[in-house]
Design a protein around this ligand. Structure first.
Ligand code: ATP
Ligand code: MG
Length: 722
């Protein structure tokens, strides 16, 4: 064991590993081996004879927990696998199951995810007769989650709101109260409950607390900067007796304040545990000096941070490059080209695999252009955290409509959309019709006129006929109409979009966003492709869906949001959409706190790279079918790219002139948050702009976690020098 320690750790890391008793904090920059210390510390404890069941390590994501478990097993084969490494949520779920009878809980409780949670909120709003337009489901669900992160019951929320004379808060508290009742009645818990119930159980049952304190004598927390209040109290309770708690983190990588994370948890650790030992790690093992200095140059612009020394002995072989594109497709193609070049070029010794590449972006919707470009370039990829664009149900539905219009005999597409949206044609009716069609050697489409003969009842027959008419009406557009027009007709005339609008949940809004993204893609096809027909479009889709011939031995490139990239590392990283309004997102540039969090996100992204880092931006970007004119993100200039800064100045002037000439009415920057912002007026002298946020387009979350709930006019100072 000593061998493993000395061979794999530097002196400071070793000091942290050997300090097994008492509170310990490792507050250090990216890539300095914090996670490595945790895994080695666990292995060391086990080698000393500590039972693996006495060690609890908590981390942020399931992926990180799995990775940590694997590393411990590698270090100590056999017993290493028995240490408790998990996320806060999975530990608490396990605890509640195990102790259910002790704390009067049904052990078969269900766990509600965010979609279930919103459905319950929706029911509550209806039942309480509350105006759904003013009290948006996702906003309320979010507020309830934040309250739980702060260990607040509905009564606490109500009391606070009353004290502040806050009508909105009082109403949310009422919804929260009913919401909780409904969950209890269903024996269900949301994610927030998992931690809140665990904390209450430990607080209320002293023998339980004592038992768990005895059980987990050694506690370790990775990414401590992103813990919220409830998680903080949970750790404090559990570590209350032996105080063998080791936390590691980096204030510069705190990126979850919008989900209730409180950076003070890490900054105040030494106040909570006055005798805590603190170990500093300063050597970065991950990145090249150039990447490290670039990342530091950017994060240095934050005021609310503790400055840290960070150096590396890694060879100075990597580079940081800015890739400028003319639009979002060009951006994706440039990234794809670069990846292909690096993989197949002998200049790089054919050393890279696809899995050595990661593309990070601010919002999920940005993945689509990369997916298209990667498919065309035969780059295999995975999208982390969400489904791949063309695998999403709503996209498959719309494409199935297009296929059916192109060829009504396509049974697969027919069956996919015949009852989407619902038009009263049940499964049995379709099965009956299909059997009939098979018998008569026809396609289902061809058998529609014989539906009565096939044995269908009046209702479904009527519905089938009007569906057939709908498809025929669309088909007329095939000659002469653009694919975009057909697609637009499909989503409106079939009521597909309308149904999603009526649903009005976060999910349905995301679906609407994706469908709009598809319309943008179809529109691109119309402008760029030589064969502009529906058949041509479907052929292109079929081709880009075929990645069979890609070289799987080289792994897959990773596409993910910056938030999910925390803790991971890749040889080569592309940070994309580095534009004002997208990164920093929305109006976060006008709020110091939010801007600093955006900057930390960029820092997290940059410090994932081992060898090569690319900062990508595009002068134009199409968002929801509208073209937006962009300025490069300030973070590019902060990273020391002077050419881009000069261009930024030039672009600012052009952007200003544009706004002047267009009577200030042009849509600028919707940002990834999807909140449309229309410049209504622009005052050059006072550098102020009046911006109209239109609720109609609101979708997704804002960095602050809030949402614009009504049309609002804001006067904001513009940081544009004229
Ligand atoms: P982050 O802040 O991004 O979470 P971290 O501080 O947790 O980073 P690790 O992921 O533990 O850092 O380590 C970064 C990389 O450096 C890993 O590839 C790890 O294996 C390597 N590394 C850490 N310490 C050493 C060491 N002493 N010798 C060699 N490699 C090391
Ligand atoms: Mg780490």
């Amino acid at each position: 064991m000593k061998e493993i320690l000395t061979k794999n750790l530097n002196l400071s890391q070793m000091e942290a590993v050997l300090c097994t008793e008492g509170p310990l904090i490792i507050f250090a920059g990216a890539g300095t081996g914090k996670t490595r210390v945790i895994t080695h510390r666990i292995a060391y404890l086990l080698s000393l004879g500590v039972a693996p069941q006495s060690v609890l390590a908590v981390t942020f994501t399931n992926k990180a927990a799995l990775e940590m478990k694997k590393r411990i097993s590698d270090l100590i084969p056999g017993i290493g696998a028995n240490a408790w490494v998990s996320t806060f949520h999975s530990f608490c779920a396990h605890f509640l199951h195990a102790e259910a009878s002790r704390i009067s809980l049904n052990p078969d409780f269900l766990i509600y995810d965010f979609t279930d949670q919103k459905n319950v909120v929706k029911d509550c709003i209806k039942e309480l007769n509350i105006d759904e337009k003013r009290f948006k489901i996702s906003t309320i669900a979010d507020k309830i989650s934040r309250a739980k992160d702060d260990l607040k019951f509905s009564s606490d929320m109500a009391a606070e709101a009353e004290y502040m004379g806050d009508f909105f808060g009082t109403t949310v508290a009422k919804i929260y109260e009913l919401y909780q009742k409904k969950l209890e009645r269903a024996d269900a818990m949301d994610f927030g409950d998992l931690i809140m119930r665990t904390v209450s159980a430990l607080q209320q049952h002293s023998e339980l607390l004592e038992r768990y304190r005895e059980k987990y004598k050694y506690i370790m927390v990775d990414e401590y900067q992103d813990t919220n209040h409830a998680q903080y109290i949970f750790i404090k309770l559990l570590a209350g007796k032996y105080r063998n708690v080791c936390v590691v983190g980096d204030d510069d990588q705190s990126v979850y304040s919008w989900r209730g994370a409180d950076i003070n948890n890490i900054l105040d650790f030494e106040k909570d545990y006055p005798n805590a030992k603190s170990v500093k790690l300063e050597q970065n093992y991950r990145s090249t000096p150039k990447i490290l200095s670039t990342a530091n140059q950017v994060v240095k612009h934050n005021n609310a941070r503790i400055s840290k020394r960070l150096w590396t002995q890694n060879p100075d072989s990597g580079s940081v490059t800015v890739l400028k594109a003319v639009n979002e497709n060009d951006e994706a193609l440039k990234v794809a080209k670069k990846i292909t070049e690096l993989i197949y070029s002998s200049a790089y010794g054919n050393k890279y695999k696809f899995s050595d590449f990661a593309v990070f972006y601010r919002t999920n919707a940005q993945s689509r252009t990369f997916e298209d470009a990667f498919r065309v370039s035969r780059i295999p990829y995975t999208v982390v955290g969400t489904l791949r664009f063309y695998d999403r149900a709503e996209i498959k539905d719309v494409i199935a409509y297009l296929k059916l219009i192109h060829n009504p005999n396509d049974n697969v597409s027919f069956k996919r959309v015949i009852n989407i949206p619902r038009r009263g044609i049940g499964k049995t009716s379709i099965e009956t019709l299909e059997k009939f069609a098979q018998l008569k050697n026809m396609s289902i489409w061809q058998s529609v006129p014989f539906a009565r003969e096939a044995g269908l009842t009046k209702g479904p027959v009527k519905a089938l006929n009007s569906f057939a008419q709908l498809i025929k009406d669309f088909s007329v557009l095939k000659d002469g109409g653009s694919v975009k027009l057909i697609a637009e007709k499909v989503i409106t005339d079939s009521r597909y979009l309308k149904e999603l609008e009526i649903e009005n949940t976060l999910e349905s809004k995301i679906k609407i966003g994706n469908i709009q993204e598809l319309i943008s893609a179809v529109d691109d096809f119309g402008t760029r492709s030589s064969d502009k027909s529906l058949a041509g479009y479907l052929t292109q889709i079929a081709l880009i869906n075929d990645t069979d011939s890609s070289d799987e031995s080289k792994g897959k490139a990773t596409l993910m949001t910056l938030h999910l990239a925390k803790g991971l590392e890749f040889d080569n990283v592309f940070i994309c959409g580095l534009e004002e309004g997208l990164l920093p997102i929305g109006e976060s540039a006008f709020n110091d706190k939010e801007l600093e969090e955006e900057r930390r996100l960029v820092y997290v992204g940059m410090t994932r790279a081992r060898k090569l880092l690319y900062l990508c931006w595009s002068t134009e970007r199409r968002v929801y079918g509208k073209t937006i004119w962009n300025m490069p993100s300030r973070f590019i200039a902060e990273a020391g790219f002077k050419d881009e800064s000069a261009e930024m100045e030039q672009n600012r002037e052009q952007s200003f002139q544009n706004k002047l000439s267009q009577g200030f009415n042009r849509t600028i920057q919707s940002g990834g948050s999807g909140q449309r912002q229309n410049f209504q007026s622009f005052n050059k002298k006072s550098s102020q702009a009046e911006i109209l946020y239109t609720n109609a387009d609101s979708y997704g979350y804002m960095p602050s976690g809030g949402e614009i709930t009504k049309d609002e006019r804001l006067i904001i100072p513009l940081k544009i020098e004229s």
